[in-house]
Ligand binder design. Structure first.
Ligand code: PFF
Length: 450
C-alpha cells in the first residue's frame, strides 16, 4: 500500500472537483433531451425528487465509506466488512465498480472526442480549410479514434499530476469557466425568436406522464449517472476529504450544484431547439417527437449555429467548449477510480498507473469505435442502466447492513459534532437501509421488464 495519499486542500477544492465529476455530458446533453422526450416539466419534477430522495442518500453512503476507509472502492468495502464472506463480496463488488468506471470512460471519451472535433470545426472553416472542417463533423472511424485519443491524453495528463496538483487545480479552473460560458449562452439564446416556445415545453409539466414508469426509470438512470454513483468515483473523492469537513453538507451542496446545472442546461438546450425551428431547422423527427440524442447536438444545433451567420461561429465555439470542459471534469474522476486502485493495491506509481490505464481505456474505446453499431449502445446500457443502479444498491447495503452504525456516526461526527441531533441522522440510516434498496430494486425491475 502506498503511504502518501492525496488530499483536497480546501472545501472549495472538493466541492468543485465532486461537482465537476457530477456535472458532465449527462447534465448538458442527457438531462435536457430526457426532459424533451419525457413530458418536459413532469420529468424535471420527478428528477429533482429522485435526486434528493434517492441519489443524495446513496451519494452520502459513498462519501462516508470513502472518508472513513481512506482507500479505493475495492479495499474500502473489504475494510468495512467483518466476516470472510462479506469481505470477499466487498472485494468483487469493488472490482465490478472499477471495471464499470473504466467502461464508462471508454464510451464517454468517444463522445467527448466528438465535442472536441465540433469545437475545432468553426475555427477551420474561418481559416479556410473547408475539407478538414467537413471531415471533423462527419462520422468516421479515423476521426472518432483520433479525437478520443486527444481527449484521453488531456484526461490522463490531469490525473497523472495527482489529487491536489491535477484533479483539484484543474477542477477549480474549469468549473468556473464552464459556468461562465453557460451563463453567456443562456443569456444569448433567451433573447432569440422562438426561445419562449422552448421554455414552455421544458417547464410546463405534462401531468399525464408523471406516473409513467418509463419516465421514472429514465429519471432514476439519469440521477445515478449524473451524480456519478455506484462506481466508486464519489467514494474515492470522499477518501481525499479532510476529516473535519461536514459530510452531509458537502454531499448536499454537490447534489444541489449538479441538479441546478442540469436545470440550467435545459434553459439553454430546449429554447435553442425552438430558436432553430424559427430559423427553418427541422426539430421534430418522422414520428412527430422532438429530435433528441446525438442528432440534437450534432445536427440540429450546428445547423442553427450555421444559419446564424457570423455570430454563429463564436456561439458554436462557446457551446462546444462548454461541452468539452464538462466532459473533462467528469472523465478525470472516472479515470481516478482504476488509477487509485492500481496505486493502492498494486504498488504502482501514480504516473505509471495513470498512463498505463489511459492506454488500456483508449484501446477499449478504439474497440468500441471500430464496432460502433454492435458495441456502443450495448456498453452504454450495460454500464449506466443496469450496473450503476445495482452497484448503488450494493453500496447502500454495505453502508447500512454490513458496516456498523456507530462507526458511521463517529465518521460523520468528526466534521459535524452535533450530527446526532440533526434531521439527517434521524432519517438517513434507516432510509438507506430500507427505502433506498427497495426503491432501487423496484425501479430496476421496472426497467428490465419495461
Ligand atoms: N456524472 C457524469 C455526467 O453527468 O456526465 C458522468 C459520470 C461521471 C458517470 C463519473 C460516472 C462517473 F463515475
Amino acid at each position: 500500500m502506498s503511504s502518501s495519499r492525496g488530499q483536497f486542500s480546501s472545501k472549495t477544492g472538493f466541492i468543485l472537483a465532486a461537482s465537476g465529476s457530477a456535472v458532465g455530458l449527462g447534465n448538458i446533453w442527457g438531462f435536457p433531451t430526457n426532459a424533451a422526450e419525457n413530458g418536459g416539466g413532469a420529468f424535471v419534477l420527478i428528477y429533482f425528487v429522485l435526486a434528493f430522495f434517492l441519489a443524495y442518500p446513496a451519494l452520502m453512503a459513498e462519501l462516508i465509506i470513502g472518508r472513513h476507509t481512506k482507500s479505493n472502492m475495492v479495499s474500502a468495502l473489504q475494510q468495512i466488512s467483518t466476516g470472510k464472506k462479506a469481505k470477499r463480496i466487498g472485494k468483487y463488488t469493488g472490482l465490478y465498480g472499477v471495471i464499470i468506471a473504466t467502461l464508462i470512460l471508454s464510451f464517454y471519451s468517444i463522445i467527448a472526442g466528438w465535442m472536441l472535433a465540433f469545437l475545432l470545426e468553426p475555427l477551420l472553416t474561418i481559416t479556410g480549410f473547408p475539407e478538414i472542417s467537413a471531415w471533423l463533423t462527419a462520422f468516421g472511424n479515423t476521426r472518432n479514434i483520433i479525437f478520443s485519443a486527444v481527449f484521453m491524453l488531456l484526461t490522463t495528463a490531469v490525473v497523472s499530476a495527482g489529487v491536489e496538483e491535477g484533479i483539484e487545480k484543474w477542477s477549480c479552473r474549469l468549473m468556473p469557466s464552464m459556468l461562465l460560458l453557460m451563463a453567456c449562452l443562456i443569456a444569448y439564446v433567451m433573447f432569440q425568436e422562438g426561445a419562449i416556445a422552448g421554455l414552455k415545453v421544458y417547464l410546463l409539466p405534462d401531468f399525464r406522464q408523471i406516473g409513467d414508469p418509463q419516465l421514472i426509470a429514465s429519471a432514476m438512470g439519469q440521477a445515478f449517472f449524473s451524480l456519478s454513483l455506484g462506481v466508486g468515483t464519489m467514494l474515492i473523492y470522499g477518501s481525499y476529504l479532510r476529516p473535519d469537513e461536514n459530510l452531509p453538507t458537502m454531499g448536499a451542496i454537490v447534489t444541489l450544484v449538479d441538479s441546478s446545472i442540469a436545470f440550467l442546461a435545459g434553459l439553454l438546450v430546449l429554447p435553442a431547439l425552438f430558436v432553430a425551428q424559427e430559423n427553418g431547422v427541422t426539430i421534430y423527427n418522422a414520428a412527430g417527437n422532438l429530435i433528441a440524442g446525438p442528432d440534437l447536438i450534432f445536427q440540429t444545433l450546428p445547423a442553427l449555429f450555421h444559419d446564424m451567420g457570423t455570430i454563429g461561429i463564436p456561439v458554436g465555439l462557446v457551446f462546444f467548449s462548454l461541452m468539452t470542459i464538462a466532459a473533462l471534469t467528469s472523465s478525470i474522476s472516472m479515470l481516478e477510480v482504476p488509477v487509485s486502485y492500481t496505486i493502492e493495491n498494486h504498488g504502482a506509481s501514480r504516473s505509471l498507473a495513470t498512463w498505463l490505464i489511459g492506454v488500456i481505456i483508449f484501446s477499449s474505446s478504439t474497440l468500441i469505435a471500430l464496432n460502433f453499431d454492435a458495441l456502443f449502445t450495448v456498453v452504454v446500457t450495460l454500464t449506466t442502466e443496469y450496473s450503476q443502479p445495482l452497484l448503488g444498491l450494493m453500496l447502500c447495503i454495505f453502508a447500512t447492513w454490513v458496516w456498523h452504525r456507530d462507526m458511521i456516526l463517529t465518521e460523520i461526527r468528526s466534521g459535524h459534532p452535533q450530527v446526532e441531533q440533526s434531521l439527517f441522522w434521524k432519517i438517513w440510516p434507516g432510509y438507506v437501509r430500507y427505502c433506498c434498496p427497495a426503491l432501487i430494486i423496484l425501479m430496476f425491475i421496472q426497467n428490465v421488464v419495461g
